[in-house]
Design a protein around this ligand. Sequence first.
Ligand SMILES: Cc1cc2nc3c(=O)[nH]c(=O)nc-3n(C[C@H](O)[C@H](O)[C@H](O)COP(=O)(O)OP(=O)(O)OC[C@H]3O[C@@H](n4cnc5c(N)ncnc54)[C@H](O)[C@@H]3O)c2cc1C
Length: 177
Amino acid sequence: MSPREAEWDLVVIGAGPAGSAAAIAAMRADRSAKVLLLDAAAFPRAKARGDGIAPHAMDLLADLGVDVAELTAGSEPVSRLRLVSPGGVRFARPFTRPAFVVPRRVLDLRLVQAAQAAGAVLRRHRVRRLRPTDPCGSHRRRHPRPHGRRRGWRGETAPRTSATAKSSAPCRRPGRT
Ligand SMILES: Cc1cc2nc3c(=O)[nH]c(=O)nc-3n(C[C@H](O)[C@H](O)[C@H](O)COP(=O)(O)OP(=O)(O)OC[C@H]3O[C@@H](n4cnc5c(N)ncnc54)[C@H](O)[C@@H]3O)c2cc1C
């Protein structure tokens, strides 16, 4: 099946922490869902960030079934915060719960791998434009959905490739409610 012909239940653009978590959540909601994760970059990829991860983020990921110990492997928990201003003012406090520092090159790779392990398909594509397709148009659905037909979107990812997905908005034909 070529990318142009592929029909996906969900296409997530960007496989950073938000995109990977969205793909994992979708796969958890429906294990049979066809979820495509697109990213312009090849993983692992670097990110200029502080690399700190708050425990609340870990809670959310754990709720999605992500193995947090695996995600933070090799990183020591950080239990104190110390700030020093350019003027020399110092501030130090213990965290109520430990945080982690994991390089984004490592963290994002692990997360995208967790999304793949959950069943999402990762492809390297830069999405350039999104346009809605005919909401009641020619999309053929192989498996009827209980919620009826859905509006379609076509994402133009790169020359000669594209992917379609259904949004959550139901298709409404004129004269119907
Ligand atoms: C300087 C700095 C320091 C930070 N430090 C911290 C920190 O210490 N701790 C913390 O928790 N947060 C930190 N943040 C915030 C954190 O980086 C972001 O909240 C987080 O990266 C957002 O995740 P995301 O998945 O939404 O986006 P991103 O991580 O930016 O991922 C977006 C992905 O989408 C892809 N993409 C973009 N456009 C397209 C396209 N058109 N087609 C296909 N793919 C595309 C990109 O390649 C990328 O992989 C920091 C931010 C900055 C700027």
